[in-house]
Design a protein around this ligand. Structure first.
Ligand SMILES: Cc1cc2nc3c(=O)[nH]c(=O)nc-3n(C[C@H](O)[C@H](O)[C@H](O)COP(=O)(O)OP(=O)(O)OC[C@H]3O[C@@H](n4cnc5c(N)ncnc54)[C@H](O)[C@@H]3O)c2cc1C
Length: 382
């Protein structure tokens, strides 16, 4: 066992860091407060080979590993926290599910624009009555000639306001086995964006409505029985979520560290007060411990998709560490940290959301408990 990065991983991380400091640092504050997707960043990243890191070269990607993609998130976020979302969108999210399970027609039709940073794909799972209980989803696919009619609604979908392709989880039949997914282009008749809203992070989302949308057979990504495979693909998304939580916690930590070395009160640097030194020691412990779990899940996943249990542990640890460290960093910086002149308050708001998105901390604990006791614990019923 070796806890150090391999020389080529170190080299890759250094090159992404150099790119990020040169191209992304300058606009970081403004980007964090802009609800729009940073398309300019996406195009720069595409040129730099940072979209499709884990996607095979045959499909237009870089043929790298999940660990490489995690390193890219860390390096990018250290210069511009908001830009780490572009690494997520181009590597970990539904793009990865499309690359893993899509037909060659689907990949040829959509991957190119996603990998050049001209478009993003959104994943619509959550519905008004199906949040944590995602298998309660009701959006229905009904056979119509050679295609499927889709009826239903999705909420809280990241990128929904501007993505032109949706990977929508739908119900072909009853039960968990009846769930699959289709690719829906937003220009299809019957597709409608509903009420728009914002998360606490400032990101926009909009309700998605499908009113008798006709989807041809070749746009079915995973048909009936595809739910398990989709969740296996979704574990990759969770790794990206975990990596961003940790990276934004670390960003806040570095800001607080620099602040403690320049701000004086009572005639002393903040760094000289033991009450604050212990906060830094506690923060460091949380960051380092979570990072080990994240790296384990990502490194082991290079031999396939990440293990559900290792992913759940990594996401729980990183979500909690990111949020706790961002909060303590803000405390160390006083009103400066609470102000929108720094990105520390932004990191706190973003980390808060990741404790809910992509499998909440509680749902992941349920998953881990099942491994511990080697049995399932049905959450339904009285
Ligand atoms: C920033 C952000 C981005 C998102 N992006 C997307 C997206 O791109 N696509 C998409 O489809 N959805 C997205 N979501 C929605 C997300 O998947 C849901 O918010 C999540 O599944 C939880 O559902 P809910 O909000 O309806 O909460 P609920 O399911 O109503 O849960 C409420 C609370 O109860 C807890 N809880 C529920 N059931 C249990 C249980 N059995 N045991 C213990 N605790 C439980 C939950 O953990 C939570 O704390 C996003 C959400 C956020 C915050």
């Amino acid at each position: 066992m070796d806890f150090r990065l391999a020389p080529e991983q170190q080299q890759f991380r250094d090159s992404v860091l150099k790119f990020s400091q040169k191209e992304l640092s300058a606009g970081a504050l403004a980007r964090a407060h802009d609800p729009q997707y940073p398309w300019d960043v996406a195009k720069k990243m595409a040129k730099q080979g940072l979209l499709g890191i884990t996607i095979p070269e045959a499909d237009g990607g870089q043929g790298g590993t999940l660990m490489d993609a995690v390193l890219a998130i860390e390096a990018v976020a250290s210069a511009c926290p908001r830009s780490a979302d572009v690494i997520q969108a181009g590597n970990f999210g539904p793009i990865r599910v499309l690359a893993e399970y899509g037909s060659s027609f689907q990949k040829q039709s959509f991957l190119k624009r996603l990998l050049t940073g001209e478009a993003v794909i959104a994943v619509g799972m959550t519905e008004p009555e199906a949040g944590s209980a995602v298998t309660d989803l009701a959006t229905k696919a009904t056979r119509d000639g050679k295609g499927w009619r889709i009826n239903g609604s999705k909420i809280f979908t990241t990128h929904s306001a501007y993505a032109d392709l949706i990977l929508a989880y739908v119900r072909f039949g009853p039960g968990v086995g009846g769930i699959g997914s289709v690719l829906i282009e937003k220009n299809l008749p019957g597709f409608r964006l509903g009420r728009k809203s914002h998360f606490m992070s400032g990101e926009e989302w909009a309700e998605l409505h499908f009113d008798n949308v006709l989807v041809p057979e070749e746009m079915v990504l995973l048909g009936e029985g595809g739910f398990k495979k989709q969740i296996a693909g979704f574990n990759v998304e969770r790794i990206g979520n975990a990596a961003r939580s940790l990276a934004l916690g670390r960003y806040a930590f570095e800001q607080a560290r620099a602040w403690a070395l320049q701000r004086k009160q009572f005639g002393k640097l903040l760094a000289e007060f033991q009450g604050l030194q212990w906060k830094f020691a506690d923060m460091k412990l949380k960051l380092e411990a979570a990072q080990l779990l994240l790296y384990r899940a990502a490194a082991n996943a290079d031999r396939g998709l990440p293990s559900p249990e290792e992913t759940a542990l990594a996401k729980m640890a990183c979500n909690q560490a990111g949020f706790d460290v961002a909060s303590e960093s803000l405390q160390v910086m006083g009103a400066t940290g609470y102000s929108q002149d720094t990105l520390v308050e932004y990191c706190l708001r973003r980390c808060r959301g990741w404790m809910i998105a992509g499998g909440s901390v509680e749902i992941l604990k349920n998953r881990v408990a099942e491994s511990i006791f080697d049995r399932t614990f049905p959450q339904r019923g009285g």
